[in-house]
Design a binder for this molecule. Structure first.
Ligand SMILES: Nc1ncnc2c1ncn2[C@@H]1O[C@H](COP(=O)(O)OP(=O)(O)OP(=O)(O)O)[C@@H](O)[C@H]1O
Length: 298
């Protein structure tokens, strides 16, 4: 598999997963189509988009839980994936300690359990019942479970959902430490359309297809955002400016820059070329999403 450029020291990164024009169709409806992105070792890719835009579906294609109905998904041979899903089916009536959660789906050596609990800052909660954890603590427990098996690619589906602002900063700090310590690639999902983890290398904005992509701006570069967020938040968060050439209308149709309206925005519609947008964005466009589920505005 090819390598992409842009590692911390400019060295090429080993590509872990590549999606090429990937799409999933259920019952004749395309949940997502034409999805292209790669995640390299040590790279952080953030998928953003409103509710139902296909973020989880795209992540599931990346890790092989869902097979694409069109296009291709290539994974590095022997790729180890750690997946923290958005929802976990747990029988909450049964007692379950953090420690037991770690080995629920398979045994782990003692040393690796302890290391993972320490890395996520919840060693002291080893015996705590999972039901009693706060949202942020539960996320850490799920992350501990995922990193204990030393994945090459860590996929985190909305890790900061239901976590307060300082918890969000702490979780992003933790994700950065995990990446720095293990060198794994990270695919992060967020429904916040504007504010992403500062270390994000590439943002992919989805709404049934890739609407735009680019690099976020460091909050620390803007005095205004620094004032708004404060210095610790500025370290952890970055702002993404969208660059859409079309608008998603409330009825699901798509209005293109030439004023024409199509039922959807698929590769063969000919209006939209997601590959053209693989650059940094230095201007703030209307993000063009009219669906519900928009995240916090900066
Ligand atoms: N197995 C399925 N069969 C039919 N439709 C599905 C299936 N799985 C997901 N969908 C639909 O596909 C669309 C995309 O879902 P997906 O979970 O990928 O969105 P998302 O961007 O992750 O949303 P959210 O932010 O709400 O988690 C939604 O409209 C959802 O209802």
């Amino acid at each position: 598999m090819r390598e992409n450029s842009g590692g911390a020291n400019g060295a090429p990164r080993e590509t872990l997963v590549t999606l090429k024009g990937a799409g999933v169709n259920r019952g004749g409806r395309w949940l997502v189509r034409g999805v292209d992105f790669t995640v390299g070792r040590g790279e952080i890719v953030t998928l953003i988009g409103p509710n139902g835009s296909g973020k989880s579906t795209s992540a599931k294609m990346a890790i092989g839980v869902l097979k694409p109905d069109e296009g291709q998904v290539e994974r590095l041979a022997g790729l180890k994936v750690g997946y923290v899903p958005q929802k976990l089916t747990i029988d909450w009536t049964l007692p379950l300690t953090v420690r037991r959660l770690m080995t629920l789906t398979g045994p782990l050596p003692e040393r690796e359990i302890i290391e993972a609990l320490e890395a996520t800052g919840i060693r002291h909660m080893e015996k705590a019942e999972v039901q009693t954890l706060s949202g942020g603590e539960f996320q850490r427990a799920l992350m501990a479970r995922a990193i204990a098996r030393k994945p090459d690619l860590l996929v985190l589906d909305e890790p900061v959902q239901g976590v307060d602002f300082s918890g969000e900063i702490a979780l992003y700090d933790l994700i950065r430490q995990i990446r720095d310590g293990s060198g794994c690639g990270i695919l992060l999902i967020s429904h916040d359309l504007h504010v992403v983890m500062a270390e994000t290398d590439t943002v992919i904005c989805l709404n049934g297809h890739v609407c735009c992509r680019g690099t976020p701006h460091a909050v620390s570069a803007s005095a205004e955002y620094l004032r708004l967020f404060g210095p610790s938040a500025a370290r952890a968060l970055a702002v993404y400016s969208h660059d859409h050439d079309h608008v998603h209308l409330p009825d699901g149709r798509v209005q293109h820059s030439d004023g024409s309206i199509t039922a959807h925005c698929h590769p063969e519609d000919g209006h939209h070329h997601p590959h053209d947008h693989d650059h940094d964005h230095d201007h703030d466009h209307d993000h063009g999403h009219t669906s519900a589920g928009e995240g916090r505005h900066a």
